[in-house]
Design a protein around this ligand. Structure first.
Ligand code: PEP
Ligand code: MN
Length: 273
């Protein structure tokens, strides 16, 4: 079977996270709450992530919120809870660093350093992440062009850390029906660019609306993303952060079933490309 989308120029750069490959022929799933809220909440959600067969647990201990009155995260206490998730379930931890000080702590507890949309242009933070031994999940700045995003990635790689994973999380446009506009066309655009990094799609921040997350996750996989990062919560309506975009466990498991089926259909094509 031939595909115009995944043509012969498709490159496959792979980032290995403790032996788990991102960017190969497997579909990477990163799931968890927007924020680490408490030990109990985090472990309940981690159990669901583990049971789903996902390999990565996401959750923010540092939350760079737009409003100063919003929950800002449990900070190091949250990282300690994430370390417990890693220990108990063997899940790899993806969590955000917001400055050089938090990055130093994240390095001690996590497996992947997330750099969020608000920090994509923070040169000092990018360069510090470039001196880390851990892979970096670099979210797209909310108004960044592909070129600017790739330059931010190069700020990391230029310091010696080649392990960058890009994450499309939506950009600011004029639309009002969703929190951001998930720019899925950026996935083939990135795959065609000279510099090749694995690409993960975030349909949660990309839409901000629960009912849009599942269809956009399907679309992200269909367009060729290497994985999905998704907000889930056992009680989305009580979440301290971004509850309106969090899937409950039933919705999450249905989404997984469907994205895995889509990936399986595409995988022989991707593998042959
Ligand atoms: C997040 O993933 O929790 C987050 C804050 O994402 P973004 O930086 O894309 O807003
Ligand atoms: Mn969030």
């Amino acid at each position: 079977m031939q595909s115009a989308t995944f043509n012969g120029s498709r490159k496959k750069s792979i980032v290995s996270v403790g032996g788990i490959e991102i960017g190969g022929d497997t579909l990477t799933i990163m799931a968890g709450p927007c924020a680490v809220e408490s030990n109990e909440q985090t472990l309940r959600i981690a159990a669901a992530v583990f049971e789903s067969g996902a390999q990565f647990f996401r959750g923010g201990a540092y939350k760079p919120r737009t409003s100063p009155y919003a929950f800002q995260g449990l900070e190091e206490e949250g990282l300690i809870i994430l370390a417990e998730v890693r220990e108990r379930f063997g899940l790899k931890i993806v969590t955000e660093a917001i400055d050089e000080k938090s990055l130093e702590l994240v390095e001690q507890y996590a497996d992947v350093i997330q750099i969020g949309t608000r920090n994509m242009e923070n040169g000092a933070l990018l360069r510090r992440a470039g001196r880390s031994c851990l892979p970096v999940l670099l979210k797209r700045g909310m108004s960044a062009s592909v070129e600017e995003w790739l330059q931010a990635a190069e700020c990391i790689t230029s310091q010696g850390n080649p392990n960058v994973i890009l994450c499309e999380r939506g950009i600011r446009t004029f639309t009002q029906h969703s929190r951001n506009t998930l720019d899925l066309a950026v996935v083939p655009a990135l795959q065609k660019s000279e510099i090749d990094f694995p690409v993960i799609v975030d349909p949660s921040h990309g839409t901000g609306k629960r009912f849009m997350v599942h269809p956009m996750a399907r679309a992200g996989v269909a367009v060729g993303a290497d994985g999905i990062i998704v907000d889930i919560h056992d009680r989305p309506e009580q979440a301290l952060c971004d509850g309106e975009q969090a899937l409950d466990f039933a919705e999450y498991n249905l989404m997984l079933k469907e994205v895995r089926a889509i990936h399986q259909v595409l995988n022989p094509v991707l593998a042959a490309a």
